[in-house]
Ligand binder design. Sequence first.
Ligand code: COA
Length: 177
Amino acid sequence: MEKIYIKEMREEHLDSVLEIEADAYGAHHWSKDGFRNELANNLAHYICAFKENAQGELELAGYSGIWTIFEEAHITTLAVSSRHRGQHVAQAILLAQIKFLYKNMVKYLTLEVRESNAKAISLYEKFGFKSLGKRKNYYQDNGEDALIMWTNNIFSDSYKKLHEELLENLNLEVIYE
Ligand SMILES: CC(C)(COP(=O)(O)OP(=O)(O)OC[C@H]1O[C@@H](n2cnc3c(N)ncnc32)[C@H](O)[C@@H]1OP(=O)(O)O)[C@@H](O)C(=O)NCCC(=O)NCCS
C-alpha cells in the first residue's frame, strides 16, 4: 500500500503550500503571511500530507487547516495538488484531522463550501457532512453562495461506524510524524 506522511504544517512547508494553494484557488488564494498568521494562532491546527515521488523524496500532496472553538472545529482550508488528486489524499487528510478531534474531545466538524464545488461536496458527504444552510453571496469573486455543512456528533455510534468504514476503505498507509 502506498504511504502518506502527515506532519504539522511549518514555515518550511509554506513555499510548497503556496504552489498548491495558487493552483487550487487561483487569484483569490491566501498569501504566505496569511498562512503564517494561521500557524501563529492557538485555535488553529494545520497539517500537511506528503507522498514519495519517483526519486524517493517526499513531496507535498495536500494540506488542511481547522480552527477549534469549544466543541466545534471549522475547516478553514483543504487542498490537494492536481497531480495527487483522486488518490484518497483528501480523505487521508480529513481522517488525520478527525483523529486530532477525537484526541481533543471536539464533537462537531463544520465548513463552508461553494455550492458549485461538486467534488468537494461529494467528499464531505462521504464523511457524513450534511448541508444545513447557506450563506448568500459568500464568495466575493463571483457572489456565489456557500453551503454550510456539518457532521453530527463524531462521538456518536453512527459516526464512529462511518469513521471505521472510512479508515478501512482508505487505500493509503498513514504515517504520523
Ligand atoms: C476537493 C479536493 C480536496 C479532493 O481531493 P482528492 O485528494 O482528489 O480527493 P480524494 O481522492 O480523497 O477523493 C475523496 C472523494 O471526493 C470525491 N471526489 C474526488 N474527486 C472527484 C471527482 N473528480 N468527481 C467527483 N467526486 C470526486 C469522491 O467522493 C471521492 O471519493 P472516492 O474516491 O471514494 O469516489 C481536491 O479536488 C482539491 O484540492 N480541489 C481544489 C480545492 C478545493 O475545492 N478544496 C475544497 C474547498 S471546501
